[in-house]
Design a protein around this ligand. Structure first.
Ligand SMILES: Cc1cc2nc3c(=O)[nH]c(=O)nc-3n(C[C@H](O)[C@H](O)[C@H](O)COP(=O)(O)O)c2cc1C
Length: 187
């Protein structure tokens, strides 16, 4: 059983080239982690394997973001997200996460994978404000209203969620090349 750390307002900054990977079952229980995941989150492989992935859940994250991620994955669609994670020390680290779905021969979902990389400052700045608003709406009025806010926000920018994120988080240059290679290795 993993304990809940006391939240500390201190960021863990890590190299853009340190990709984090984890695999879960269809319920979000961790099946696989790479070394970088353990190093950055502060948990050992033993502590993480079998634990639910919400062990990293940071209280600053709106529920609506995970709702969107899970809705896409369970519908079999790849999805991305910007996530503030809680390390074992109570510190936080921001990631850009690309989620994907693996199916077995019968077409049933076998596992879910997330590839994560450090989120650049300009991405964090843009998304932090949006999440703060969504979270305060959730606290007062519940998740449906924060989803409605996000929808209105996207409509105002005339973008879908995927387009909005795509524009914000698209990997560039060497990082794009490294990430593609990494995904091939662990995909
Ligand atoms: C492959 C995969 C990776 C995930 N990675 C994270 C993560 O890094 N941080 C996180 O807070 N939730 C992650 N989640 C989502 C969690 O399963 C969970 O929905 C989320 O932490 C919200 O927790 P809650 O549903 O208990 O509120 C991941 C889910 C999957 C399927």
């Amino acid at each position: 059983m993993i304990y809940r750390p006391i939240v500390i307002d201190k960021e863990i900054v890590f190299s853009k080239k340190k990709f984090i990977v984890s695999k879960t079952d269809v319920k979000g229980n961790i099946l696989f982690t790479n070394k970088n995941f353990c190093e950055i989150s502060g948990y050992s492989e033993d502590e993480l394997i079998g634990a639910p992935h919400n062990v990293l859940r940071h209280p600053d994250m709106p529920k609506a973001v995970f709702f969107l991620v899970w809705s896409s994955l369970l519908a079999g669609r790849e999805v991305s997200g910007v996530v503030k994670n809680l390390a074992k020390s109570g510190e936080y680290y921001w990631v850009i996460a690309d989620f994907s779905v693996k199916r077995d021969d019968n077409g049933e979902i076998k596992s879910l994978t997330s590839f994560r990389r450090a989120a650049p400052t300009q991405v964090i700045e843009r998304i932090e404000e949006l999440y703060e608003t969504m979270l305060s709406i959730e606290k007062k009025h519940g998740m449906k209203r924060s989803l409605a806010y996000l929808e209105a926000f996207l409509e105002e920018h005339q973008l879908s969620y995927d387009e909005f994120l795509g524009e914000l988080i698209k990997p560039k240059g060497i990082i794009a090349t490294l990430l593609a290679g990494f995904k091939k290795m662990f995909g």
